[in-house]
Design a protein around this ligand. Structure first.
Ligand code: DGY
Length: 439
């Protein structure tokens, strides 16, 4: 067995170990349930060697879909696991009319990756009749989820959806949220008492801070007060953001859903209309010419969040930028590489708040490398796409299947492991998929 095959075999073992009879946990203890966007990437990994698990994975996630269409960011398939905070009893979604009785879920969502993942699975297995059956079953559920984004999270009717919790963005403690979250005033004594569990399973300096968690809990309570839906949240939440990553992924997934819908014989004109509008607004509202990147937009201050960070590059995967803007994004990424960083740091390494170890403040994330590799390929930037892929493969070979990795090349030299959780499911999945792809 050569090195390449050995790595793929190791990755498969991780997925098997994290498999819980119907879904895959990201990592035991640290994340012992099913996570929304993790499950999409994990399904991609399974599709290379046990496609039935890929389909079960997606079906399990959608068993937590709310009546209003939302796919929650966590599905708590077990009510007995106690190693994670906030657990189902803290979210209290059983008080929400729209939430399923069982399984219990959280009350917010995450990047809607499932349509493009489903399309990939279809393209790979189109001769398998079970795949078409599965697609027929999943298609209306995913369509409802996309409709939920537009109906519940786009009150300005711009084609750009908003989030009201950093956990929805997937990039919990990115420095780009510092100002918006730092300005939130609340009385700590009014927060419900809670006990973090994450720092019992991994080092505190790799995780968000205590103040970060207080704000997360505060914003969760805002959602809870309004049953995690309704127009009130848009008006009262101090954190209301149009996020680059969420919107780019939604646009990319819209494209896939339109193709899948047409394949099944449906008219997809509504979604085509939404998608066109989303692309135009993304270009007009989120591009920052001075920085040469897309930025998130803070709807509370009515200003762009002027930071260079990883979400901007996912616009490439969605085919949003003109060639000129794509070139600027590519050049920026390349400049980070030239400054002595592996690709792709999750935040601008030239910024004072960059921290190459702490969660989303700088480290390299496998699923982000996957998205950016695909985006660069879409625009024909093959050399940089290969660098993004090879950097991740090298890091995993050197340090193991961790949740995220040191970005600084010099610091990497003294390390023999990555950051956060080990034996991580989406790291295993993205490695399988990247190593099995030609480019
Ligand atoms: C966590 O618990 O760290 C997650 O990012 C929230 O989903």
């Amino acid at each position: 067995m050569d090195d390449q095959q050995r790595l793929i075999e190791e990755a498969k073992i991780i997925l098997e170990q994290n498999w819980q009879d119907g879904f895959t946990i990201p990592r035991a203890e640290l994340y012992p349930f099913q996570w929304n966007w993790d499950s999409g990437f994990v399904a991609l990994g399974w599709s290379h060697f046990k496609v039935e698990n890929a389909l079960r994975e997606l079906n399990s996630l959608f068993s937590g879909q709310w009546l209003n269409g939302m796919i929650p960011h966590i599905v708590f398939h077990s009510e007995n696991e106690t190693t994670y905070f906030p657990n189902h009893d803290f979210w209290k979604t059983d008080q929400c009319q729209s939430a399923p009785d069982s399984p219990k879920t959280s009350g917010i969502s995450q990047p809607p990756v499932h349509a493009f993942i489903l399309e990939r699975i279809y393209v790979k297995h189109q001769d398998n009749p079970e795949i078409l059956d599965a697609i027929q079953e999943l298609f209306p559920k995913i369509l409802r989820a996309h409709r939920w984004w537009y109906q519940h999270r786009d009150p300005l009717n711009e084609g750009l959806v908003y989030i009201y919790h950093p956990w929805e963005s997937g990039r919990d403690n990115s420095p780009m949220w510092d100002e918006a979250l730092g300005n939130i005033v609340f009385d700590r004594d009014q927060l419900p008492t809670y006990e973090r569990k994450d720092t019992a399973h991994t080092e505190a300096d790799m995780r968000p801070t205590k103040r970060d968690y207080d704000v997360y809990v505060y914003l969760l309570e805002v959602g809870k007060k309004y049953q995690y839906e309704g127009p009130e949240i848009f008006h009262v939440s101090p954190y209301v953001i149009q996020d680059t990553l969420i919107n780019a992924i939604l646009i990319k997934s819209n494209e896939s859903l339109i193709r899948i819908g047409k394949l099944l014989g449906y008219s997809m004109s509504d979604l085509e209309k939404w998608n066109r509008k989303s692309k135009v607004s993304f270009e007009e509202k989120l591009w920052n010419e001075e920085l040469g990147v897309y930025t998130c937009y803070n709807l509370r201050t009515n200003r762009q969040i002027a930071c260079r960070e990883i979400g901007a590059f996912t616009a490439l995967f969605a085919g949003i930028p003109s060639i000129d803007r794509a070139q600027k994004l590519m050049t920026l990424l390349h400049s980070w590489q030239e400054k002595g960083f592996s690709l792709c740091p999750s935040f601008d390494p030239g910024h004072g708040s960059f921290d190459s170890k702490r969660y989303w403040r700088g480290p390299i994330w496998p699923q982000m490398n996957w998205l950016i590799n695909q985006g660069l390929l879409r625009y024909g930037f093959d050399d940089l796409a290969t660098a993004v892929k090879q950097d991740l493969i090298r890091l995993v070979k050197q340090m193991g299947f961790y949740e995220y990795f040191e970005a600084n090349l010099i610091t990497q030299k003294g390390l023999d492991r990555g950051y956060g959780g080990s034996h991580f499911s989406w790291t295993a999945s993205t490695i399988i998929d990247l190593m099995k792809s030609e480019k």
